[in-house]
Write a new protein. Structure first.
Length: 150
């Protein structure tokens, strides 16, 4: 049986793998389109089409780099360890929400509880790092208590 941290980690890995596959498909289709672009009598139209494809390729390359960064961040997480202080890989329950400090992957679910996968560089991630259970912090004008850290 998987631990809570392992379940959330797996969901983050699935998120990254899905994004990676999507980006690879986009890059592949753009490469095919670039190679099939041939000179025609409408030269300016051809050059514009190639320039647009080139811009799309650059955008896909940036997205690929972001996904690779997410993979590197996930590789640093040890799902078997826990710490009293919040750090990368911590599962945090607060008086307002539950978080998994990993990558920005949105909402994750375990049984009936939703967790927000957030990165250490996100605004709330920066507030949480280093804190421990029973600490409080202010977020959007509300005082929030950290109930537990796994």
């Amino acid at each position: 049986m998987l631990t809570l941290k392992e379940v959330l980690f797996q969901q983050c890995e699935d998120f990254v793998n899905t994004r990676l596959q999507t980006i690879q498909i986009i890059i592949s289709s753009h490469q095919k389109a670039l190679s099939s672009e041939t000179k025609s009598s409408a030269g300016d139209k051809h050059e514009t089409g190639r320039a647009m494809l080139q811009l799309e390729m650059e955008k896909a390359g940036q997205q690929l780099a972001a996904v690779q960064q997410m993979q590197q961040t996930l590789a640093k997480i040890n799902t078997l360890s826990s710490s009293a202080n919040i750090a990368l890989g911590s599962v945090i329950k607060t008086s307002s929400a539950c978080y998994f400090l990993s990558i920005s992957a949105g909402k994750l679910k375990d049984k009936k509880t939703f967790y927000f996968a957030i990165s250490t560089s996100s605004p709330i991630g920066k507030l949480l790092v280093g804190k421990k259970a029973e600490d409080t912090f202010t977020w959007n004008g509300k005082e929030i208590t950290i109930e537990s850290v796994l």
